[in-house]
Design a protein around this ligand. Structure first.
Ligand code: ATP
Ligand code: MG
Length: 327
């Protein structure tokens, strides 16, 4: 094995046991934590409405830094996932991901780098949101991690390996260590839920006994044990996305890369997906996720990397979404 991730086997077992101990959350269309006060519309009843004798807004205090949490945030469905209890991961040791002066130029746009001289490190166990306008470079950033594309300049290191120099034959080995979740679930329509998840293991040559043991276990974890014989077109969007999360994590990868995994889902369903990703992260898996979901990022208070026209314009522990105009 050419990669140098730490083993995540135990972490995966812990996640399963934790899920079994507390009962799988099985997010449903009704959604958890979606009381009337936490409904999406409640966000409109935000700061400024209703008298608050303690937080009087004066000329001195009404200019809040764009990346600071609101003093009196509106309730959100994501509030239960607030990461305040999660210790900030120390930035020491070998990073899981290292970008060193990375520039990416697509041949179709030779004069406009999609990423321009990016340098940053992401450490094992971090949960990182990548935010920014449409076209700012979020997907490009993620595609470099799986070596879907190769940096034009600079170095991309994942688990200590330089992907810019990695030989093509080694790339499948790298990808075994990275789970990926996308906005469009990319499920195989002619395979059942079980078959879709099993396929991820079969592709990397796992023996039948392992497939038989791990697939039901991970489907229990995502709350889909009852639906393992269903086909994707018999599932809701949230259920399909949970299948794709199950598929991404069945091999217990130490790194999960998600490109707008909740982009097509309503907030209640997104909450179920985020609970899963949060739990996976709490077992030690590094999660890097591109999103446009302001409410989610503002509520969860994890590390935020903001891109603008291919540049990192903010990198903040416990960050918020920040201010962007219409996306
Ligand atoms: N295959 C490609 N060929 C040429 N240019 C591309 C290609 N893919 C992306 N780009 C350009 O690179 C820049 C960054 O695109 P990218 O897809 O990374 O943005 P993004 O932040 O993920 O946007 P969105 O929020 O819409 O998904 C954009 O200017 C885009 O037009
Ligand atoms: Mg994108």
């Amino acid at each position: 094995m050419a990669t140098h991730f730490r083993s995540n086997e135990q972490a995966g077992e812990d996640a399963t046991q934790a899920a079994e101990a507390e009962g799988v959350e099985a997010p449903t269309a009704a959604g958890e934590g979606t009381s009337a006060s936490a409904a999406p519309g409640a966000a409109d009843a935000g700061a400024g409405e209703g008298p608050d004798p303690v937080h009087v807004v004066t000329a001195k205090t009404d200019i809040t830094p764009v990346d600071a949490p609101s003093a009196n945030p509106a309730p959100s469905v994501y509030d239960p996932l607030r990461g305040d209890d999660v210790a900030v991961v120390p930035h020491t040791g070998t990073p899981t991901i290292s970008f060193r002066n990375v520039t990416l130029i697509y041949p179709a746009q030779p004069n406009k780098p999609a990423l321009d001289d990016i340098s940053l490190d992401i450490y094992p166990g971090e949960f990182v949101f990548v935010v920014g306008h449409s076209g700012s470079g979020k997907s490009t950033f993620l595609r470099l991690l799986t070596r879907e594309i190769r940096a034009t300049k600079g170095q991309v290191l994942v688990a200590g390996q330089d992907l810019t120099k990695m030989r093509n034959w080694k790339v499948p080995y790298l990808r075994r260590q990275i789970g990926t979740v996308f906005q469009d679930f990319k499920l195989l329509p002619d395979k059942t839920v079980y078959g879709n998840v099993a396929f991820a293991l079969e592709c990397i040559g796992k023996p039948k006994s392992v497939v038989k043991a791990q697939v039901p276990e991970v489907l229990r974890l995502v709350g889909l044990a009852e639906k393992m014989d269903n086909y994707p077109d018999q599932l809701s969007g949230g259920e399909q996305q949970r299948v794709s999360v199950a598929r991404a994590m069945v091999n217990r990868p130490p790194l999960l890369v998600c490109d707008e995994p909740t982009g097509n889902l309503d907030p209640a369903i997104s909450l179920g997906i985020m609970k899963l990703l949060d739990r996976i992260n709490r077992t030690g898996t590094t999660v890097v996720m591109a999103t446009h979901d302001r409410e989610m990022v503002d509520s969860m208070r994890r590390r935020v990397i903001a891109l603008e026209a291919g540049h990192v314009v903010r990198d903040q522990e416990r960050g918020g979404y920040g201010f962007y105009g219409s996306l």
